[in-house]
Design a protein around this ligand. Sequence first.
Ligand SMILES: *[C@@H]1O[C@H](CO)[C@@H](O)[C@H](O)[C@H]1NC(C)=O
Ligand SMILES: *[C@@H]1O[C@H](CO)[C@@H](O)[C@H](O)[C@H]1NC(C)=O
Length: 460
Amino acid sequence: MVPGIVSYLLLVRYLKWLSVNAKSFNVGSYRRADTPQPTADFFDTGNAEGERLRRAAAEAAVHDMLHWFEHEGGHVGILDATNSTRSRRAWIEERCKSKGYDVMFVESKCDDEELIMNNILEVKTTSPDYIGQDPEVAARDFRDRIRNYEKVYETIDEPHLTYVKLINVSSQVIINQVSNYLQTRIIYFAMNLHITPRSIWLSRHGESEFNVLGKLGGDANLSPRGMAYAEALPGLVKGSVGNKDITLWTSTMKRTIQTVKHLNYPKKQWKALDELDAGVCDGLTYEEIEKKYPEDFRARDDDKYNYRYQAGESYRDVVIRLEPIIMEMERGSDIMVVTHQAILRCIYAYFMNVPQDQSPWMEIPLHTVIKLTPRAYGTQEERFKANIPAVSTFRAKYTSANMGGETAIVDAERVKSPIARAQANGVTTINGDVEAAPQKVEAISVAESLGLNDDTVVVE
Ligand SMILES: *[C@@H]1O[C@H](CO)[C@@H](O)[C@H](O)[C@H]1NC(C)=O
Ligand SMILES: *[C@@H]1O[C@H](CO)[C@@H](O)[C@H](O)[C@H]1NC(C)=O
């Protein structure tokens, strides 16, 4: 038995981003309701009371998961548990199969002691079981708990079960009896996850000539202020990039390529990073769209995520074409992405776990770099704002199309608003605005800590 390296919270986030209704059922949090901060001997197989409570917790979690499938349209339930024995797997298989649900087991096996300790320090010392305790003591206690799991641990090798076994993160991957598409997606995702620290820098292109005119789409050049942003960009990211070997990704459009002109990193252009295709509305202003296609204008506000421009795309379409990009980002190097507003909304929503009804309305201001640092327990965010004015291309829901032009300068309030939104979603802001240029705003999304291994993914 070994500590889990696959984060089931990340898997839930990924599936939800792809519009798959997913939820994690963590046996530990059921058990925690009765025993908030147990010591390692609670997990000793010889401790009868501990055993009884842990079994009751597992039963409650499975019960709730099956209820969720049946009554709340659940699609992929993740049972996050630690009793890695043949008889327990047979029990789970039986409970789920009797209701007609497919079961896939995921075992993350690791005998690299250094990886284990790193994982414990990064993840487990932030676990609710150890809140307020000395991290060193917590880590040692957790290592003892693992030894108790190891006593009963039986690696998965039942030939008839569907399973994936990830060894030493994903140095070796063993796959057995995989039977459907969703299972292969989950395996592919788990294989791409890793635990090396890295960051992702995101920026929109500099202000373009179309932005100034309030026009959508097109393939325009940067405006003079956009060019000034391109010149300021190396200085803006220098402090946070340091001497890291980053790769720079842009779309295939002139405005993103011109924006990275002065950055000296290896560059790669992706068609998948091109702006959301506005179809028949490409090259029009919002005012013109409101006049020419009033029903479309309204329909888009009603359901912006699903609305597809005539002969163009919806946000949902964009997410599908961005999936390989996200997978590539998960593989783990430091990357800077310079692309477009709608594309950045989708990428940001993935990393910051923003729900679909909100993500298309997020403000991603021009002339601002957003640095995201994925951690085991969530994503850390910092913003660096260049002090170069730009038009705002943001239009709020059900507002008339009168934006754009020289008057709508991005101001400090607008830059702050995504953080305010994050706070409304339970995200803690760590720093406020820092006065000096470049301005820096930081937020950390706090999620529950990871679970252990031998988790059961049930795919309906
Ligand atoms: C582990 O699973 C077995 C088989 O289902 C069960 O008998 C045992 O009580 C479980 N132990 C715990 C601590 O949940
Ligand atoms: C996992 O890592 C350990 C320690 O480095 C090594 O001894 C073991 O052979 C590795 N196993 C695999 C399957 O890579």
